[in-house]
Design a protein around this ligand. Structure first.
Ligand code: HEM
Length: 402
């Protein structure tokens, strides 16, 4: 045994979790974190198993998310889960995505770029990444984009509630308030949409039948709340992280600029290297042997995606960002056959992965076209913020307008 076991709740960890992840993988691949009241796993093979083996249930979301969203598909299992998931899945893949929603993605990206097209400088986080994915999902649902600031405040407080590892009472209270505010906002819109159907995702949800019954207003509201939170903050951080990494590796940025088919590679490698979601929890329904120990039934397990994605047992030279690496499968990177863990795996594998991929492809192409030369502003060092979800807080870029 070498160094002490690092504390996930420490300031050092928040500043840079990656060295701590290595110590955990090597010296404490299973340990119990007292303050978090959770067992923690960090090696790729263990995190993968936690996502795939159904003994690890998602009952943890009963306390981790239900108080802010209401009940959502994340908590469900078996047929109930697959039937509800199937309601939204078509909108996020294949022809429905391409024909109906690709134009929405393009419009949102180009409107935002118009806001700084000639400026020569931009903060890609504040002026693009935090606005783009939420704009897309709001348009997909057929809601009012003028309410953007409210949506953003709501999803930020929901994600903060989810990642409230220290149980900060202010964070809890803001999350609970969001549930009320979101319901007050959404329920009248849902009722109205039932009698004014359109071509949007909300109309699909209000008319969908499950076992002969339509979803209640409350059910639809919870689903929308999940879509805003799951599709907003994650894609925002993913896009900003990818640009930060490319700007720090100008040769790789140049390669992507010259061959746009490399955008998927860059996105997949950024998801491995700096995943937006660093940890996901589960609750085993029986005692489970894993990583050399036993996790008792009913306890909470924290699966460290951020650590697993840097496991040297899985990737060569895991701490270097290399879009050309051969041990990351790009073809399957946005499906449940992925060999990185940023979207989890198994039954709850991110239903929005292909939407996120389309968003990043469109946005990256448009941003590179609008900025024939781009570099980090002088003296600006990109950093990452967050422990549960993590990404750049700002990304100041200098560019030559097209
Ligand atoms: C790069 C962007 C994204 C990342 C990193 C990400 C990450 C994740 C992860 C880790 C999960 C699994 C949670 C668990 O197993 O407990 C998940 C599930 C989910 N994601 Fe994403 N997500 C992204 C984009 C999106 C988008 C754009 C949407 C849709 C608007 C979306 C909607 C969902 C939903 C509804 C689930 C729950 C699926 C289920 O329970 O079956 N996500 N996502």
């Amino acid at each position: 045994m070498g160094s002490e076991i690092p504390d996930i709740l420490s300031a050092e960890f928040a500043a840079d979790p990656y060295p701590a992840y290595r110590v955990l993988r090597d010296e404490a691949p299973l340990y119990h974190h007292e303050a978090m009241q959770s067992y923690v796993v960090s090696r790729y093979e263990d995190v993968e198993r936690v996502f795939k083996d159904q003994v690890f249930t998602t009952a943890n979301y009963n306390w981790q998310l239900e108080p802010v969203h209401g009940k959502t598909i994340l908590q469900l299992s078996g047929r109930e889960h697959s039937v509800r998931r199937a309601l939204v899945a078509p909108a996020f893949r294949g022809s429905e995505l391409e024909q109906k929603f690709l134009p929405v993605i393009e419009k949102n990206a180009s409107e935002l770029i118009d806001g700084f097209r000639t400026a020569g400088t931009v903060d890609l986080v504040a002026q693009f990444a935090t606005r783009f994915p939420i704009g897309v999902i709001v348009d997909m649902l057929g809601l009012d984009k003028a309410d953007h600031d409210r949506f953003q405040k709501w999803y930020t407080s929901i994600i903060a509630f989810l990642g409230n590892l220290t149980q900060d009472p202010d964070v809890t209270e803001a999350g609970l308030r969001t549930k009320e505010e979101f319901a007050d906002y959404m329920i009248p819109i849902i009722r109205d949409r039932r009698s004014h159907l359109g071509d949007d995702l909300l109309s699909t949800l209000v008319t969908a039948e499950i076992d002969g019954e339509v979803m209640s207003d409350e059910d639809v509201k919870s689903f929308c709340s999940l879509l805003l939170a799951a599709g907003g903050e994650t894609t925002d951080k993913a896009l900003a992280s990818m640009f930060a990494l490319l700007l720090q590796h100008p040769d790789q940025l140049q390669a992507v600029r010259e061959d746009r088919s490399l955008i998927d590679r860059a996105f997949a490698e950024a998801l491995r290297f700096h995943p937006p979601v660093h940890m996901i929890m589960r609750e085993p329904s029986a005692d489970v042997e894993i990583a050399g120990g036993v996790i008792p039934a009913g306890s909470t397990v924290t699966a460290l995606i951020g650590a697993a994605n840097r496991d040297e047992r899985r990737y060569k030279d895991p701490d270097s960002f290399d879009i050309f690496r051969e041990d990351l499968n790009v073809t399957s990177a946005f499906s449940a056959a992925a060999n990185h863990l940023a979207f989890a795996l198994g039954r709850h594998f991110c239903v929005g992965a292909l939407l996120a991929k389309s968003e990043v492809e469109v946005a990256t192409n448009m941003l590179l076209d609008a900025m024939p030369h781009m570099e980090l502003e002088e003296g600006f060092e990109p950093g990452e913020k967050g422990v549960f979800t993590r990404g750049p807080a700002e990304l100041r870029v200098k560019f030559t307008p097209a």
